[in-house]
Each structure stands twice: as C-alpha cells, then as structure tokens.
Design a protein around this ligand. Structure first.
Ligand SMILES: [Zn+2]
Length: 473
C-alpha cells in the first residue's frame, strides 16, 4: 500500500451486491471460528472532558507522537457527541488493552489532555468538529474519506500536526453504509460511525478503528509474504488477522490477531516496514520512559542574505542522547538535529513565521515545543506583530563621503535604520580604540598616510551590523 491509497474495511454483514459478497459468504461459514475467539466486548466508558473544543488541546498529555481522535459531524446534522464520546473512549481503551495483550512491550500512544479522570482513556483529548458542509458533501463513499480528512487538515481546523496521526469518527451517512472505515498511510483513519451497524456494534467498531490505525501506520506492505493478491494493504493468512480485508460476523478486537505468524507487518524484522518500530508506540520494555526537557531560550536572527539562524539551550534526557526537531509554521523543517542550533531557511523580507523546536529521545519521546514568532529583518515579535526582542543586526553602512579639511578628514555615511532603534556607530581608526558615535559622521586627524576606518552600526539591543572599511586620506 503506497501513500495516499485508501482502503476500505468492508463490513461483511451489510454487503450484498458487491465484489465482497463472495468473500462475505466464505466468512459466514467461518464465523463460528471467530466467534469462539470472542474474549470480551468493547464497552463504552466515561469521557472526562469538560469542554467541547474543536481543536487539539495544548499542552499534550503524552510525551511523544500520538493518535489524536476527532468526532466530526456534518453541518446541519444533529450533534451526538454526548452519545459518541463514551463509545470512542471505550474503543480507545479496548485498542490499548488489545495491543498490550498482543505485545506486552508496546502500547499505542493516544493524545490525552489533563482532564481529572480515573482512567487514562477517559482523559482522551477528543475534539468535536462541526464540518462546514452538509452531509451530502461527504456522502459518496469513494470521496468521503478524502473530503473529511482534507477538510480537517485545512483551516480552520488544522489537524495536520507532523507529530500526530488522526482517528476520525465521522457521524454522517456514507454511501450504502457498507464500508466501516478507511485509512491511508501517514494521514488519518476514518471510522464511518453510521455504517456497518457500528452505532450499536461496539466490537466491530473497535476492530475497524484498530484496523484503520494499522493502515495509517503502514500495514500491509506490498512485499509482505501474505499480502492479499486482490486486496492490497491487507493480510490474507487468516480471517482472525486484524488486517484481513473484511470483518467476520461477530469478530471482536480481542479475538483478532496482530499479524498472524508475525511475518507480515508487525515484529517481523528484516528490512520491511515493521510497525512494531513505530514511534507512535510507547516502548514498555525500555529504560527510557521520560521525554527530554523542553528546550529553552529559543531565538532567531537573520543575516544580510535573509537566511534565518536559530539557536536554543540544550535539553536533557534521562537516557538520551537528545536530538531536535525544528518546525516552521507547523511543518517539520528538519529533524535529527544533534546540536542546539539550525538554519531556519530563507524568508522573504517582512515575512513573519512561527518557529518551534522539540527535543526527541531515541525511544521516540518528544518534549513540549518551544516556539517563537520571528519577523525577518526585525526580530522576535508577539502575536500582534509588535517587537518583543530585537535580534537582528542593523544593516551595513553605505553612502560614504569624505571631506578634506586643513587638519582633518570628515567621514560621513548614510543613516542606518533599525526597527528596534539604533544606538549609534562603532568606529575604529587605524586599529585604535573602538568608539561609539551617535551621528553618522566622524572626524579623523589628517596624517601623512591614508587612514583606514572600520564602521558598523549598533542597535539598542547591542546587535552589531557588518563592518565596512573606509579608506580616507
Ligand atoms: Zn483495510
């Protein structure tokens, strides 16, 4: 399965006249086998959230890349968030439990928030989104996934954090209600809440959500030994495999297997994508359980060529070593930086961008981000664009004129402007002491030989501009 492909998780019970019908018949015959594997049911559980935010709440309650969960309802459709939040929390708790049972050394990291709560899943940072278009706009099965995910990624919702993957419960009618969910690598999983009877079938819904999350993590690669010939992205070595293309009647998540034989997509080793290595999974078998400290003192400046340079104070980690990730306007600019400084790339004059830095440890933990707004040629600004800290040096002096008097030379240059205010000009004559003059001129005694002056502007924050040499004589 390549990036951008979408694969439906087909619900066998409601499919009647599709290509999947034949498969469903086979599954029905095998149904008893799956039902016997039924261990427990996914149970709705209380959500401890106290607000109905449509955003990803900050700060995150987990120290690493995580799955952020969204309940989305089309415009003009009754909002059933109060009903759905406990179902979603139940699914998340079920997926966490199932994963640990399948692999005691790993647990998926869901985005949590600091709600007071007795259960970890109850602290889910669950966003409630009213989409901007009516249900018809998302109702065509072939286009539903792209419409929903595309809208959530754009403004005003902006669910496109490079350290998040998304699990969306879409509460609107889609197609014939036969596709339970869709997932595409590196983006989002969508569970079609009204399809496949998933409003009441908690087991199927939790299974579908887990199945789609595995797609988002990259399962199943085309070169896996048991990849389904007729259903790319799925494993065909047994109906109990979570990544089997269709859900069997009565299938439960706890009765499903995370990669039968561990040879297709999970823990198989070798060069193929191994989801067990995903940084979206917390390592329960390692010694490093704490994220690195948040980098401090992030600052930025730019040089004459409009190239931005960033620096910050190093982070510490209980195990380490620490690397850094740099973001510009919410997009990952560079990662794996081993030292506490980086290039912020080039910018157009007058442009303001937000830079953020997070520290990462080898177990995949991430510190909270530290961020600044930087305006090219000006410095660190606040949200309203006002200068907070002048970090940019004044420009080079120009327009130099030399006037010869009887006993002295008067050197003048054009006034240099600085958005944070100018202190003056540093002048050094023939390598002598440095002095500061407030006005753009200096008088030098006339000697037998020519005098070489170096001049540079200094702003009130102490930033020094580039030196210019002036030959006067
Ligand atoms: Zn699938």
């Amino acid at each position: 399965m390549t990036k951008g492909e979408t694969l439906g998780y087909r619900c066998s019970r409601t499919v009647s006249r599709s290509r999947a019908a034949g498969l469903c018949a086979v599954l029905a015959a095998l149904g008893a086998l799956t039902v016997s594997g039924r261990a427990a049911a996914s149970t709705p559980a209380p959500w401890c959230g106290t607000d109905l935010a449509s955003v990803d709440r900050r700060p995150d309650g987990v120290g690493g890349p995580s799955f952020h969960v969204v309940y989305a309802v089309p415009a003009g459709t009754p909002d059933r968030f109060a009903e759905w939040a406990p179902r979603i929390v139940g699914d998340v708790a079920e997926i966490e439990l199932w994963w640990r049972l399948q692999d005691p050394t790993r647990a998926p990291r869901f985005d949590l928030h600091a709600f007071a709560c007795g259960s970890s899943a109850g602290r889910l940072d669950l966003s409630r989104v009213q989409l901007q278009r009516p249900a018809e706009a998302y109702g065509v099965q072939s286009a539903a996934y792209a419409s929903i995910v595309g809208e959530l990624a754009g403004p005003p919702f902006a669910f496109h954090d490079p350290d998040k993957l998304y699990l969306v419960y879409y509460d609107g009618p889609v197609g014939g209600g036969q596709v339970c969910g869709t997932g595409a690598r590196s983006r989002a999983a969508v569970v079609f809440a009204r399809s496949c009877g998933q409003e009441i079938d908690h087991d199927l819904r939790a299974t579908a959500a887990a199945h789609e999350l595995l797609h988002v993590l990259g399962a199943v690669q085309a070169d896996a030994p048991h990849v389904c010939p007729a259903s790319p992205g799925h494993a065909c070595d047994g109906v109990a495999d979570l990544m089997y293309p269709a859900a069997a009647p009565g299938q439960t998540l706890l009765g499903s297997v995370l990669d039968i034989g561990r040879n297709d997509y999970y823990g198989q080793g070798g060069g193929r994508l191994d989801i067990r290595d995903s940084l979206f999974l917390e390592r329960l078998d390692g010694s490093d359980s704490t994220p690195p400290s948040t980098p401090a003192g992030l600052t930025a400046t730019n040089d004459e060529s409009s190239a931005v340079a960033l620096a910050w104070s190093p982070s510490s980690d209980d195990v380490g070593p620490v690397t850094y990730r740099l973001y510009r306007d919410g997009l990952l600019l560079s990662s794996g930086l081993s030292r506490p400084f980086a290039s912020g790339g080039g910018l157009e004059p007058g442009r303001t961008v937000e830079y953020a830095v997070r520290a990462a440890d080898p177990a995949g933990h991430l510190s909270e981000p530290v961020s600044i707004r930087f305006k090219l040629g000006v410095g660190i600004v606040d949200a309203a664009g006002r200068l907070v800290r002048d970090t940019v040096a004044p420009g080079r002096i120009g327009g130099v004129r030399v006037r010869r008097l009887r006993g002295s030379l008067v050197v003048r240059w054009a006034r240099v402007a600085d958005p944070g205010g100018l202190r003056g000009y540093e002048v050094q004559v023939r390598g002598g002491p440095v002095r500061i003059v407030g006005r753009p001129e200096v008088s030098v005694p006339r000697g037998r030989r020519a005098s070489v002056l170096t001049v540079r502007a200094v702003d009130r924050a102490g930033n020094r501009g580039p030196r210019s040499s002036v030959r006067a004589g």
